[in-house]
Design a protein. Structure first.
Length: 378
């Protein structure tokens, strides 16, 4: 189902760029014409609206296209806040790597050490899975958002409007995953699983005595002055300024369009709860890749990658993807999806050139073309 694939956030931060795009990299300080064209093309393809911001050295450029409200026709704003979905994972990973740098845990600790009895049953064994394997998706733990009952409850029209305000605890989400056998033995393959990052958030709480949200605010949001970034918990609204979010809530990309702006993000937990804007995401990635959040050793660990499934152009680190564009440009980034919202943030290895953007519809639009436009276009 279309929205289900988005909410899974399955690191398509390859963003469909593998085989398309210009042959040469764009010069620094370009005029963003190709980026703007790709954004306009997404709206022509059916995305209600797009907002994007580029930070390139000391300059910032923003653009929008389409609308943020289908009923009133109000345009999208460069300052729009939106649900970032799985981009949350880099925040969670950063906190765990900071804790490792402080000597409070090791990435090679088992899940069982910190969360005894949590990963068990149906062949699941937390004593054989490390924190590192949670963060790079090599644990083999089943992805709870792929569960059929969960899908019917939260990703179909009838289910969504009945359950959109439900509260799910992290333990609830892990229990769904534990009702399934592992996808593979720990460390033997790769499969994107939101359950991994729900468990990672639980580890943060066990190590620090504080919720993952509190630690993210204290360690990342406040120091970087990310004033548009928040962790809503069970709050169902998106702070202003913001646009509406839309979904087909169906297997197809046709049919009625539904306003899905209000929802309880506890179903995403530490795998995808955060709300932010494009400028804040650019600033976060700039600080992260620029070495302002992690010591060199931990940043190197974050950027130690494994093959991301069958993708020839993307490898996965710890909450961050290693992306190679067709024009030869190397980026780090992640995409994120949740009902009615598709987002992405990518940046050059030094963090100086970053792009973040959001589609406020989850059934169409070529996010990869936006990335290629910015970094490969003329």
């Amino acid at each position: 189902m279309a929205v289900r694939a988005v909410v899974m956030g399955a690191t398509a931060v390859a963003l469909s760029v593998a085989l398309a795009g210009p042959a040469t990299a764009a010069p620094a300080g370009g005029n963003h014409t190709a980026t703007r064209q790709a954004i306009q093309a997404a709206v022509q393809d059916g995305v209600p609206g797009v907002t994007a911001t580029v930070r390139d050295g000391g300059t910032t450029w923003s653009t929008t296209a389409g609308v943020g409200n289908l009923r009133t026709g109000k345009p999208r704003s460069a300052d729009d806040r939106y649900r970032v979905g799985s981009i949350t994972k880099a925040f969670v990973s950063t906190v765990l790597l900071q804790l490792e740098a402080e000597g409070r845990l090791s990435l090679d600790d088992t899940v069982e050490k910190w969360l005894p009895g949590t990963v068990h049953g149906n062949g699941n064994d937390g004593g054989k899975i490390t924190v590192r394997q949670l963060l790079n998706h090599t644990s083999g733990i089943y992805n709870y958002t792929q569960d059929d009952d969960f899908g019917r409850a939260y990703f179909t029209k009838d289910g969504f409007f009945q359950h959109r305000y439900d509260t799910k605890t992290p333990a609830d989400l892990v229990a769904i995953a534990m009702s399934h056998k592992p996808d593979f033995a720990p460390g033997t393959s790769w499969h994107y699983s939101n359950t991994n990052y729900v468990l990672a958030g639980m580890v943060i709480q066990k190590v620090t005595g504080h919720s993952y949200a509190t630690e993210i605010r204290h360690r990342i949001i406040n120091p970087l002055k990310l004033t548009a970034t928040s962790l809503p918990g069970t709050g169902v609204t998106v702070p202003s300024p913001s646009s509406h979010a839309y979904s087909k809530l169906a297997e197809t990309t046709t049919g009625p369009t539904y306003d899905v702006t209000k929802l309880n993000p506890s179903i995403a937990s530490s795998a995808g709860e955060i709300i932010s804007d494009s400028a804040d995401l650019d600033r976060f990635y700039g600080a992260l890749l620029g070495g302002k959040l992690l010591p060199a050793k931990q940043l190197e660990e974050m950027q130690t990658t494994v093959p991301a499934g069958d993708s020839p152009t993307t490898r996965y680190g710890l909450g961050i993807s290693d992306i190679h564009l067709p024009c030869g440009v190397h980026l780090w980034g992640h995409d994120g999806g949740i009902h009615g919202s598709q987002s992405a943030v990518v940046a050059t290895p030094d963090g100086r050139h970053a792009l973040a953007f959001n589609f406020n519809g989850d059934w169409s639009g070529d996010a990869g073309a936006v990335v290629v436009g910015e970094f490969c276009g003329k």
